[in-house]
Design a protein around this ligand. Sequence first.
Ligand code: ADP
Length: 206
Amino acid sequence: MRVVLLGPPGAGKGTQAQIIAGRLGVPAISTGDIFRANVSGQTELGRKAKTYMDAGDLVPDEITVAMVKDRLAEPDAKAGFLLDGFPRTIAQAEQLRSSLADLGHGLDCVLELVVDEEELVRRLSGRRMLVDGQMVQREDDKPETVRHRLEVYREQTSPLSGFYESEGLLARIDAIGEVDEVTDRALAALGADDHGQAAPEQADEA
Ligand code: ADP
């Protein structure tokens, strides 16, 4: 299955991506995580991305698209993937469509996590990550940067909702509630819950 997870910063994409990808038996590919790993590893890519990320801006499409193409060419992504944080612009979505088409593939579903903005600000400003045994705030979770990231989302990423809707690929789910509840809604939308096609590990348990 080839799935894109769409949604604003703070919608819980990272959390849901891990769980859903596990259930579908495909890798979760997060562009934010790949960028952050490159920043901590002080690679050339990390150096290029860091200024944009710290400011809450998008990393330029040419850098991001090349990185995703490389990642999708790895063997574990051949049979399917769940993309988290990509595409984030119409240009990225068009590039993704053409690279998949070159391989004779297309997306199966774009799952949009819907959360209102008030809740997003609340979640993001309270969020901390464990780094080297310490709870730290991500540079881009500072209040001013959070507001900017939401603006960037509204302007550059939210048009993807209409783009994928017109392709008949969009499923929107309410992403407010317990993590498990949101996962259930997501799996149901993908037809991968108990009532749809069984996910691989469910088939084993039966
Ligand atoms: P969030 O969804 O919470 O904003 P991510 O971890 O997905 O966080 O992304 C963090 C940052 O990484 C973004 O603000 C942006 O600078 C960069 N980034 C991630 N994915 C992309 C992308 N597809 N295009 C451009 N920049 C990206």
